[in-house]
Structure formats: C-alpha cells, structure tokens
Design a protein around this ligand. Structure first.
Ligand code: CNA
Length: 238
C-alpha cells in the first residue's frame, strides 16, 4: 500500500479530522505562494515582500503597500481547487470538523466549507480605520491608490500583517480543534510562519499527516509524510 492509499484509508476510518493548511492549497487555483521557487519571495521587488506587507511599512508607505497588495495579493476570479472541494465534501459528510487556514483568499468558503478558521484574516473583508465601516474586495480593486472611506478614513484589509498579533479568540478556537482531533492533516504550508505553525504542537494523537511538495522542518514528527502535489492526493477523496 503506498502512502496515498494509507492516507485514504485513515480518512475513511475517521470522523474527527482537522485540516491545517497554507498557501500551497491555493497554488493550484493560480494564486502564488510565498516560498516556492515561483513564489512571491523569489520574485524581485524594490523591497522584500515580508517588508512591504508589514504593519510598519503599511503605516509609513501606504501607497507602496497598496501597489504591491493590489498587484500580487488579490485574485478575485480564482476558483476553488480539488483540495478545497474535497475538504468541503468531508465536512458535509460529517468527517471533517474544521479547516484552519493561514490563507487569506476565501477559497475554502467558496468551495462550500462552513467551519473555516482564518488565522490571518481575509482579503475579502476590509474596514475603515476611522469609522469601522466594512467594505468588500471590489472597493479595494476599484480604488485608485490608497482606498479611502466616505468618512475620509483610510481603509485597511482585514488581514494580519507581519508584526501584527493574531486574534486570541481565533487562536483559541484553532487550538481546541487541534487538541481534540483524531487526525490532523497539514497541507501546503512551509510551516515557517509563527505563531501559526506552532499551533500544530497542540495535536495529541498519532495520526499526523503532512502533505507538502517540499520537505518541511516537521516531516520527522509526522506519522505519514506525502511529498507531492496536494490536489493529486485529495483527488482520491472526491
Ligand atoms: P509558504 O511559506 O509559501 O509555503 C507554501 C508551501 O506549500 C511550500 O512549502 C510549497 O512547497 C508548498 N506547495 C506549493 N504548492 C503546493 C502544492 N500544489 N501541493 C503541495 N504543496 C505545495 O506559505 P505558508 O502558507 O506556509 O505561509 C504562511 C503565509 C503565506 C500566510 O501568512 C499566508 O497568508 C500567506 N499567503 C497566503 C496566500 C493565499 O491566501 N492563497 C498566498 C500567498 C501567501
């Protein structure tokens, strides 16, 4: 039995699965990740992407921030891929309890998942820093330069930038699902961004599955490692 068959069998036998994912889940939907060879970190910009999408950079150079953000981080036409769809199906079947994602693209919800814990927020939500009015992604796309609210305040994406803390309620919810999971599937993440990556340490079971194209620092801790395209693996569940 190969590792993909073992994975399918594990999933078939469980009704308490939690998925923890990252940008690699959405590369097959045409959204570049950060750390793959063709990811954003390997393209050349005036400043490194980590710098541009940080809190202090956003405060100091909002025009430059928004130029990069609109150009590289918004994919309003992206469609859910096989992995998003398979996870939504597992949830409907009562087998998957939660999707915990570092992604900010909203594709799990587009695929039909309802219990999605977004550790880093969503590009689909934006709010005025002054009056807190909410705006969708269209407002950002259709604005010239820095998007402004009708009250005159600046609009900020509801996304956790580098240097910003994670919402403690969201973190607690994620920890609870991970702690109580029978199977924890980790997929499409380099596990390099903290504190998000540290959440997997709360898993107490012995069915830790790691699916990622490249190796990660946690491969040695997993019970099953599949270094392959995640869509190929999840297509076995559709
Ligand atoms: P990352 O550090 O870029 O790592 C992605 C990982 O996925 C890499 O190890 C790749 O090898 C792997 N990978 C890429 N494609 C596939 C595939 N088809 N099958 C299997 N594995 C694949 O991204 P992380 O999510 O680990 O880093 C966290 C950051 C990235 C979060 O803060 C996100 O907000 C941020 N991000 C999100 C998006 C998005 O929302 N789609 C896009 C780009 C970056």
């Amino acid at each position: 039995m190969d590792n993909i068959d073992k994975f399918v069998q594990l999933v078939q036998e469980s009704d308490n699965i939690v998925f923890f994912g990252g940008a690699g889940v959405s590369t097959e939907s045409g959204i570049p990740d950060f750390r793959s060879p063709d990811g954003l970190y390997n393209q050349k910009y005036k400043y490194p992407p980590e710098t541009i999408i940080s809190h202090s950079f956003y405060q100091r150079y909002p025009e430059e921030f928004y130029r990069f953000y609109k150009d590289k981080m918004l994919y309003p036409d992206a469609k859910p891929g096989i992995t998003h769809l398979a996870l939504a199906k597992l949830e409907k079947e009562g087998k998957l309890k939660a999707v915990i994602t570092q992604n900010i693209d909203g594709l799990h919800q587009k695929a039909g998942s309802s219990n999605v814990i977004e550790l880093h927020g969503s590009v689909l939500r934006n709010y005025c820093e002054r009056c807190h009015k909410f705006y969708g992604i269209d407002k950002i796309i259709n604005s010239e330069g820095v998007p402004m609210c009708e009250c005159g305040g600046r609009i900020k994406p509801d996304v956790v930038l580098y240097e910003e803390g994670l919402d403690s309620y969201v973190l607690e919810k994620a920890v609870n699902y991970i702690k109580n999971a029978d199977i924890l599937i980790i997929g499409g993440t380099s596990l390099a961004v903290y504190p998000a990556a540290g959440l997997i340490d709360y898993y107490r079971g012995n069915k830790l599955v790691l699916i990622n194209k490249s190796e990660t620092s946690r491969d040695a801790h997993a019970n099953l490692v599949i270094n392959d395209a995640i869509g190929k693996v999840f297509s076995q569940l559709l």
